[in-house]
Design a protein around this ligand. Structure first.
Ligand code: ZN
Length: 275
């Protein structure tokens, strides 16, 4: 049984500040140790439930946050910047389940620690088929495209709520409650790891009851950007159409094509950042 883990960092218990998420520094060293603990807990729980092969895709920042040798279960590690499938790089039809670990709230939703949707300097809101969504909803397109169910999501309570419309029967692990965008009430890291271990184990055990992401096709991804200039530049990407002064739309029958256009948008709009 083959498992794909896409892990982010802002939703990990103990992390409330960008300094913990961006190298270099002592705070980052602490942050990546907390991240490793939660990823390994997910791996250990999945192994206990019978998973035999695991691929971890680092989805945070420069996407190279862990020492590969520290991963449990001889998990393969996809790391580094500029991946065409970004947060979902490495997933294909051969997998049986997807886990989202350390995920965080969207930029446009309820207050959530370190909330953003891909690039906080550019993207101000994303709707999938008219439903407010965060990174989990966007990444659902890739899971759906490959026919693999998302079985586990971990993060703060807003992250879990935002995943609700797209992932029925997903195992949910809430490791913290956001107080503001830069504060949270958190369980102890050891407690978080035990909860994630149990969640991962349960998710694999009842995998047969977990449906594919609930995204009707053809799907429509509406993306609002910070400036009209960003919206204009975004339309240089194949599949991206202008839908308003600061908004664009990506539509299609193939969820993988929609995600590909979205990734292109995130890369090309970086040239429009700044003041
Ligand atoms: Zn991140």
């Amino acid at each position: 049984m083959k498992l794909f883990i896409s892990f982010d960092m802002e939703g990990v218990a103990g992390i409330v500040d960008w300094a913990q998420c961006l190298p270099p520094g002592q705070a980052y060293e602490e942050g990546r140790a907390l991240l490793l603990g939660e990823v390994n807990a997910a791996i250990d729980g999945a192994l206990a439930a019978g998973v035999t092969e695991i691929v971890c895709n680092d989805s945070h920042g420069a996407m190279n946050n862990l020492n590969p040798a520290d991963l449990h279960g001889r998990a393969a590690y996809i790391a580094g910047r500029h991946k065409p499938r970004y947060m979902m790089e490495g997933l294909d039809d051969s997998f049986d389940a997807v886990f989202f670990v350390g995920y965080h709230g969207s930029i446009s939703g309820q207050l959530s620690v370190l909330s953003h949707t891909y690039n906080p300097s550019v993207i101000s809101r994303v709707l999938l088929n008219g439903v407010e969504c965060g990174e989990s909803g966007i990444n659902a397109l890739v899971a759906l495209g490959h026919g693999v169910p998302v079985a586990l999501i971990t993060g703060d309570e807003v992250t879990i709520a935002e995943a609700g419309p797209f992932f029925k029967q997903v195992e949910q692990v809430v490791v913290k409650g956001s107080i503001t965008r830069f504060a949270a009430a958190q369980v102890h890291p050891e407690e978080a790891r035990e909860m994630i271990y149990a969640g991962a184990e349960a998710a694999v055990q009842r995998l047969g009851a977990v449906p594919l992401p609930d995204v009707e096709l053809p799907a429509r991804l509406d993306v609002e950007l910070q400036t009209a200039d960003m919206a204009h530049v975004a339309t240089w990407v194949k599949g991206v159409e202008r839908s308003g002064t600061r908004s664009v739309r990506i539509m299609g029958e193939d969820p993988l094509e929609i995600y590909r256009s979205f990734v292109g948008l995130t890369y090309i709009t970086r040239m429009s950042e700044g003041r």
